[in-house]
Design a protein around this ligand. Structure first.
Ligand SMILES: O=C(O)CC1=CCC(=O)O1
Length: 92
């Protein structure tokens, strides 16, 4: 099952720089492990924003929910999820 996910990151203004850097490093490692597994095949930066659009390819709503809840930046994100179905005009 494929999903389009929008993640909008809002770190508190008062968060110490070292703490922010540590969470971002954890986020990167978590994300790259999932990318290598094939569950997170695409991640794109939104130009001019601290936000991304990602494609997830997972087995279920519950699996995606678990992955998103496990994001180190999850407490600081607004997330929207769009479930995707195959388009009838897709030639693949
Ligand atoms: O920087 C972001 O868009 C948040 C994020 C998600 C995965 C990652 O590595 O960073």
């Amino acid at each position: 099952m494929k999903y389009l996910v929008h993640m909008d990151v809002n770190l508190p203004a008062g968060m110490p720089a070292e703490e922010a850097a540590e969470i971002k490093a954890q986020e990167k490692a978590y994300s790259q492990e999932l990318q290598r597994s094939g569950k997170w095949p695409e991640i794109w930066r939104v130009v001019g924003e601290y936000a991304n659009y990602s494609i997830f390819d997972v087995e279920s709503n519950d699996e995606l929910h678990g992955i998103l809840q496990g994001l180190p930046l999850f407490p600081y994100m607004d997330i929207t999820v769009v479930p995707l179905a195959k388009h009838p005009s897709d030639v693949k």
